[in-house]
Design a protein around this ligand. Structure first.
Ligand code: HEM
Length: 219
C-alpha cells in the first residue's frame, strides 16, 4: 500500500495555519470584526504567532515525554508559520495602523517596552527562520544548534510582549493575564524539560512509544 504523502500532523499544521489566514481575511472583508478591525487583526495575528511559536517550542518536550519523533520533523514548519504570522502582525502595525509613517512608528516602539520586546522577538525569529533550511544547518555546523537556542529567549520575549500588551500584572493578577500567564508557565515547563538531568531522568523511565502507525494500523 502506498505511503501517504502527508501525515495527519502535517495536514493539521498546514490546515490550521492557512485556514486561520483565510478566516481573518474573510472576517476583515465582510466587516465581521469589532468597531476597530485593525486592532482585531493585529491581536488575532499576534495570538496565532505566539501559538505557532509555542507549538514549535513544544516539539522537543513532546518527544522527550512521549518518545514521539515526528514532532521533531515539524519544528521547522511550525517555526516558519510563526515567523509568517509575526511578520503579518508587524505589517498590520506599520502599514494599516501607522500607514508606514516611520517618523511616528519608531518613537512609538522606542517609548513602549511591550513593543521593544515584540520587536526583539521578531528580530530574533528572523535568523531562525532563514537558517531553518538544511543548507544552513550544514553551513553553520555546531553554531546552528547554538543559534536555534534563541527560541528560549524568543518565547520569553513574546510572553512578556503579550502580557504587557494585555496590560496584565502577574503579581497583582490584574488585567487579562490568564492566556499570557499560561504561555509563561508553559515556557518555564518546557525549559525545565530541557534540563539534561531532567531529560536523563525521563529517559530512565520506559515510555509507551507513540507512533501513528502502531496506534492506527489503517494509516
Ligand atoms: C516589531 C514587532 C512587533 C510589533 C510592532 C507588535 C505590535 C503589537 C501591538 C501594537 C499589539 C497590541 C494590539 C492592541 O492590543 O492594540 C500587539 C499584541 C500582541 N502581539 Fe505583537 N508585535 C510585534 C511582535 C510580536 C511577535 C514576534 C509576537 C509573537 C511571536 C507577537 C504577539 C502578540 C500577541 C500575542 C499580542 C496580544 C494579542 C491580544 O491582545 O490578544 N507580537 N503586538
Amino acid at each position: 500500500m502506498q505511503k501517504p504523502r502527508f501525515t495527519l500532523l502535517q495536514i493539521a499544521i498546514h490546515l490550521y495555519a492557512w485556514s486561520s489566514i483565510v478566516l481573518l481575511l474573510f472576517k476583515f472583508f465582510t466587516h465581521n470584526f469589532s468597531a476597530n478591525p485593525i486592532q482585531d487583526l493585529e491581536r488575532a495575528t499576534g495570538r496565532h504567532a505566539i501559538a505557532l511559536l509555542f507549538l514549535a517550542f513544544a516539539c522537543t518536550p513532546i518527544n522527550t515525554l512521549f518518545k514521539w519523533s515526528e514532532p521533531l520533523k515539524r519544528r521547522r514548519t511550525l517555526g516558519l508559520y510563526a515567523l509568517l504570522y509575526a511578520t503579518i502582525h508587524f505589517i498590520i502595525y506599520v502599514n494599516l495602523d501607522y500607514g508606514l509613517a516611520w517618523s511616528l512608528i519608531l518613537p512609538d516602539v522606542v517609548q513602549k517596552p511591550r513593543l521593544i520586546v515584540g520587536a526583539l522577538a521578531l528580530l530574533c525569529l528572523l535568523p531562525l527562520g532563514i537558517t531553518s533550511f538544511d543548507i544552513w544547518k550544514k553551513r553553520l555546523g555546531k553554531n546552528w544548534k547554538r543559534l536555534h537556542k534563541l527560541i528560549y529567549l524568543i518565547a520569553l520575549l513574546a510572553v512578556l510582549h503579550y502580557l504587557w500588551s494585555k496590560k496584565g500584572d502577574l503579581f497583582t493578577l490584574q488585567g487579562e493575564i490568564l492566556e499570557p500567564a499560561l504561555y509563561g508557565f508553559t515556557a518555564i515547563l518546557f525549559l525545565i524539560l530541557r534540563i539534561p538531568a531532567v531529560r536523563r531522568l525521563r529517559a530512565s523511565f520506559p515510555a509507551r512509544k507513540f507512533s501513528a502507525k502502531k496506534e492506527n494500523p489503517q494509516i
